[in-house]
Every structure is written in C-alpha cells, then in structure tokens.
Write a protein that binds this ligand. Structure first.
Ligand SMILES: [Zn+2]
Length: 134
C-alpha cells in the first residue's frame, strides 16, 4: 500500500528540489551565509521597502525621500551583486555564482550547485584519491 510512495521517493529527481547537504562545498567552504544573505536577508526586506516606496509615491512626496529610497534600493542591489559574486572557489577563485548565472537550466543548475562537493573547474573539495588531476 505504501509502494507508490516508496517509488516516488526513489524515482524523484534530485535536481527538482533544493537542499544543501552537510558536505556540500558551498557549506564546507563557509560561504553558505553569503547565499542566504544575498538571496533572502537583503532582497526580501528590500522588496517590502520597494513596494512601500511605490505605494507612497505622489506629487506631495518630498524629493529627499524619493532620492533616499532609490538610493537604498540601489545600495541593496549592489550589495547583493557584490556578495553573490564573492562566492568563489577557495582554491582557484572561480566565481561559482557568476558561472551559475550562465547555466541555461535555471533551478536545476542552482540545485546541482548547492549539492556540489567539488569545484567544477579545479576539483577542489574532492576527497583525496578521487581527484583525477592528482
Ligand atoms: Zn576551483
């Protein structure tokens, strides 16, 4: 009776959901926080701020407030860009997130990236003995 469920678990494609395993390279290299801050901690409050800003826009709004709000939005976008592009291979400095943005298959590429255990360029993070370049 639970066969259907078991089959679903076995056959599900790991590329279809997001998880960061404990031994994922982005976690072991100590850069997971950059992804969390760059994709959630800054963008979400910025989105609410932006929506609030759009709701207040009007002819009686002081110019300084408009300039300030736009400045904050630009600053947030710049911080996210800087933070995400600083997620790099600790060994060869390959910019992983920038590489990821060139991937054509979106969410699946993100999922693969979060699970990767070795740098796609230099194989950093692969356990000794499994390194083909050694
Ligand atoms: Zn590398």
């Amino acid at each position: 009776m639970s066969r259907g469920f078991a089959e679903a678990v076995v056959t599900r494609n790991p590329d279809d959901y997001i998880e960061v395993p404990p031994d994922a390279l982005v976690r072991t290299s100590g850069q997971l926080w950059k992804l969390i801050v760059g994709t959630i901690a800054i963008p979400l409050p910025t989105l609410f701020l932006g929506l609030g800003f759009l709701g207040r826009i009007g002819p009686d709004q002081p110019r300084s407030e408009v300039v300030g709000s736009i400045g904050i939005l630009f600053l947030a976008a710049a911080s996210v860009g800087t933070l995400l592009s600083s997620v790099r291979c600790p060994s060869c400095r390959d910019p992983w997130v920038r590489r990821l943005m060139k991937e054509p298959d979106g969410l699946r590429a993100v999922s693969r990236f979060l699970r990767m255990r070795a740098c796609p360029l230099c194989n950093h993070g692969a356990s000794a003995g499994e390194n083909p370049s050694a």
